[in-house]
Design a binder for this molecule. Sequence first.
Ligand code: S3P
Length: 172
Amino acid sequence: MRSLILIGYRGTGKSSLGKRLSRLSGLPFLDTDSLIVQRAGRSIPEIFAADGEVAFREMESRALEAALADNAAVVATGGGIVLDRGNRRLMAEAGFVVWLWAPAEVLHRRIHKDSNRPALTGLDPLEEVRTLLERRRPLYAEVADLELDTSSRPFDEVAVEIEAAWRGAVKG
Ligand code: S3P
């Protein structure tokens, strides 16, 4: 059975939906950010501050490989996972990939108070969301089997739709 992989910008609901999807599908839930933190024994802001983003991306690729190495799982990924070509290839091969999105203003509202998400540019926070969303959009689109807006419906409803699509895809 193939894994169900969630991609999308920060604040699109990958972790919240991932936990719901794990319950619905019966697959274990894995989160690449949590795997990185467990392995490093440090928080993401600490890793960014001490080692920099390039080192973080390296750890992220190793975490993705680990998450997709064994049995099928629901895998929530960090918002920047698609930046690396190897990550994109691996996800496309290993699973059914769901791209979660929402308008930049909604994402900014959801994430702006979270101190666990280090700044990725020198831009003002809303401008950062707008700019990176535009830059990453083609990369998310390249690997997505399904794309869904998470801003206009309850997560429970979105999860049921994703689970049905995944089930159809793994059968087909
Ligand atoms: C990042 C998103 C974060 C985390 C890191 C970098 C990004 O994950 O991996 O802070 O580049 O968009 P979430 O999307 O789970 O917040």
